[in-house]
Design a protein around this ligand. Structure first.
Ligand code: HSE
Length: 432
């Protein structure tokens, strides 16, 4: 028998306990041994979570898990950085294996935590830290081990995908869609991490470290959220044949890695464009396998619990066979020394929304600056007439360099015919 202790009896803790108890028979049959949920620690052990636990399982004292010599695996599900990190380090130093969904902690402080786990010869399972129920960690680390990973593109934040979907389907603005997401419990009262691309970047740091054998590099990821996207941008993107999605992108190019999170225009007919609502999807291209796509629920008690239990069983199997550490953690695979590109070094196609006064000669002034920086126009949309007032001027450009785009936009924003700051969206997919 393998004994488990869970610290944190919130949404994911409850889902994990439900699965460990409700599916104990099938899990034990598949594993070939029993997995026993011995203890759950939480500050609140009074609230009814709709789950029947044996007497003595619940405790308010995490030390009862961390110091219990019978507990083999500690599952950290309190989230946040402290005291989660203290609990994880204590578990490691007490030679307990750890399973966690804590993407923010791993992405920012994981290099040290994984090094400590290696020193003490214990495993850290983190399948649930990225894309909830989708087993994407296993896919990249095991299923696609044969491949050089060319690119990973993911919709890995359900909250922002819900907001963009709502804006697309109902033509409403960002603030209204955010309110609806908050009402339904898809967005927190402080939604910053989700809408500013930070949560996606936490997850991308983890995926990229596995795909490219680089240290966790959260700080070096370019991050841009969805707050400046308007329903008009979504409509124009639609006219041009695209959907707007918040993508997390890791891509190998010119012997370097691009790591970026930003709103992205993706051709409407791509499968990833059809991933709507709170769902997640990750596209992985490997040199041997080609294109692959993984789709499912990226959050929630039971989907995330599904990944937590998968890690528990993996580690338990390794314990039983005396094979812990069989699959290396982050940082223990020697990398190829790939450098991370600065955002200025990337190339993409671009959508521009200029806010220009509606008068003769404006287009030529704007396109003149674009031309000066080698940015070639693919199409232009301007609708409506409001003489003397600012109207959106939409330009879709062929492949260009970000450095040039940034310079051109800075210059265009100073033109007297331009009324407001230009918005630009990177476009992925085939060049039309
Ligand atoms: N807010 C996150 C999301 C939760 O929407 O994906 C799961 O990490």
């Amino acid at each position: 028998m393998i004994n488990i202790g869970i610290i944190g009896f919130g949404t994911v803790g409850t889902g994990t306990a439900k699965i460990l108890i409700g599916n104990r028979d099938i899990i034990s049959r598949r594993a070939g041994f029993d997995i026993n949920l011995k203890r759950i620690a939480d500050v609140d052990i009074k609230r009814d979570r709709g789950i029947k636990l044996a007497k003595g399982v619940l405790t308010t004292d995490a030390e009862k898990i961390l110091n219990d010599p019978e507990i083999d695996i500690v599952v950290e599900l309190i989230g946040g950085k402290r005291p989660a990190k203290d609990f994880i380090l204590k578990a490691i130093r007490n030679k307990k294996h750890v399973v966690t969904a804590n993407k923010a902690l791993l992405a920012t402080e994981g290099n040290g935590i994984f090094a400590e786990a290696e020193k003490y010869g214990v495993e850290i399972g983190f399948e649930a830290s990225v894309a909830g129920g989708i087993p994407i960690i296993k896919v990249i680390r095991e299923g696609l081990i044969a491949n050089r990973i060319m690119a990973v593109y993911g919709i890995i934040n359900g909250t922002s995908n819900y907001i963009l979907t709502k804006m697309t389907d109902e033509g409403i603005e960002f603030s209204g869609a955010l309110k609806e997401a908050q009402r339904l419990g898809y967005a927190e009262a402080d939604p910053t991490f989700d809408i500013e691309g930070i949560d996606s970047a936490h997850k991308l740091a983890i995926l990229a470290s596995l795909a490219y054998n680089i240290p966790l590099s959260f700080d070096e990821i370019y991050k841009e959220g969805i707050t400046r996207i308007t329903s008009q941008d979504i409509e124009f993107a639609g006219e041009l044949g695209y959907k707007i999605k918040l993508l997390a992108i890791a891509k190998a190019s010119d012997g370097k890695v691009e790591l970026r999170v930003h709103p992205t225009m993706v051709p409407k007919d791509y499968l990833i464009s059809k991933v709507d609502g709170v769902f997640n999807a990750i596209y992985v291209n490997g040199d041997a396998v080609g294109d692959t796509l993984y789709y499912g629920r990226g959050a929630g008690d039971m989907p995330t619990g599904s990944s937590i239990v998968s890690d528990i069983v993996d580690i338990a199997r390794n314990i039983k066979k005396g094979a812990t550490g069989r699959i290396p953690g982050i940082g223990s695979v020697k990398g190829a020394g790939l450098k991370i590109k600065n955002i200025e070094e990337i190339e993409a196609m671009y959508y521009f929304r200029f806010s220009a006064y509606d008068k003769p000669g404006v287009l030529s002034k704007v396109s003149g600056v674009l031309g000066k920086y080698n940015i070639s126009i693919a199409s232009v949309i301007q609708k409506g007439r409001k003489v003397g007032e600012a109207v959106p001027l939409i330009v879709l450009a062929h492949r260009a360099r970000e450095r040039d785009v940034a310079k051109a936009v800075a210059e265009i924003d100073k033109l007297p015919v331009v009324a407001d700051k230009t918005l630009y969206i990177r476009v992925e997919g085939r060049e039309e």
